[in-house]
Design a protein around this ligand. Sequence first.
Ligand SMILES: C[S@@+](CC[C@H](N)C(=O)[O-])C[C@H]1O[C@@H](n2cnc3c(N)ncnc32)[C@H](O)[C@@H]1O
Length: 371
Amino acid sequence: MAVQLCEWKELPKNMNNRLHTICSYMAMFPPCVPHYFIEKYTKEGDIVFDPFSGRGTTVLEACLMKRKAMGNDKNILAYLLTKTKCDVPSKGRVISRINGFEKKFNPNNIDITVEDPNIRMIFSDYTLKQLVFLKNNLKWRRNKIDTFISAMVLGIMHGSSNGYLSLSMPNTFSMSPNYVKNYIREHNLHRPNRNAFELLLRKIDRCYQKPITKGKVYNQNAINMSYIKTNSIDLILTSPPYTRVIRYGQFNWIRLWFLSKTGKEIDRDLFFSQSLPKYHDFMLKVLLEMKRVLKAKGKVILIIGDVKERTNENVINLAEEVWKNCAEPLAFKLVEPIIEDSISDDSKVSRIWGTKKGNATKIDRILVLEK
Ligand SMILES: C[S@@+](CC[C@H](N)C(=O)[O-])C[C@H]1O[C@@H](n2cnc3c(N)ncnc32)[C@H](O)[C@@H]1O
């Protein structure tokens, strides 16, 4: 039986923390959701883990609430965004690094003629030279200041106001190159000259805040959690990929260019399937690992949206599918009846793609499981 006790809707959506807004991400959940469940099922010092961490919403909320936070995502973009929230540098050091980059930048040393023409149609030559310079000089894997700056660059890469580097386009996802091409022609759009260094300094004022604790993040397939000790986690809180809905690589191709990756390369490693039995199999493997790493009586919160069948528009209750076919057979307990949450706004970008509708619906369901 489904109930509508969505008490987190009483909380501020972003939990008043600006770090959540560094960069948007497809199918991100609002911070009030993890906040509510972390508060309900853990205490200070407990370990909270999100194996499909996306932009790092769970990890950041857990850090802010003085829990030990762990995240993981196989998508390098999500990994970087989560890493940013795990260890935030001081604002002063970020600002001086941006200023240092601006001093070092010489447009005459940058050749943009070798760049992908699809990227060149989105940014003016002036802006693209700065982007290429930052792309070549930011060492985000080993330096947390550079991680933070990279996340901010990704956050301002494309959008529709003059705070973004691109011509006018959506912020949360990248429209396909062909769609962009036609859109530019039909609307006679011109690539604006925007100064990346200046916009980064404006962005840091909008999104900076320093959390208290640090988290850890991994870049692994969620069916393998071998980097986590058995019986060590208090709460797993996550939203796994749904079947048939989002190609996280392809739909982020512009941001992935900045990380020297293609959408195809990323999608190869992520779960994506049209087949429900394959989804069951994937979630069974994930839940088996979850069971191993959880402490006795540890909880798993899974946020899973309903999806529409491609052929006949039938709606599949994917949360119920996961409970019946994966969690129940693994002897998890259902702690509360499956919660139904109807999404009232357009934050769920998985429902739109260009002019086409995606297969996600307005209903998310929440499974609360116990080991
Ligand atoms: C629904 S999104 C999570 C969004 C996140 N809750 C947020 O607020 O940003 C699902 C995530 O699963 C990741 N993913 C897909 N297949 C994966 C796999 N096999 N292993 C690890 N991560 C995967 C995707 O890259 C995506 O970031």
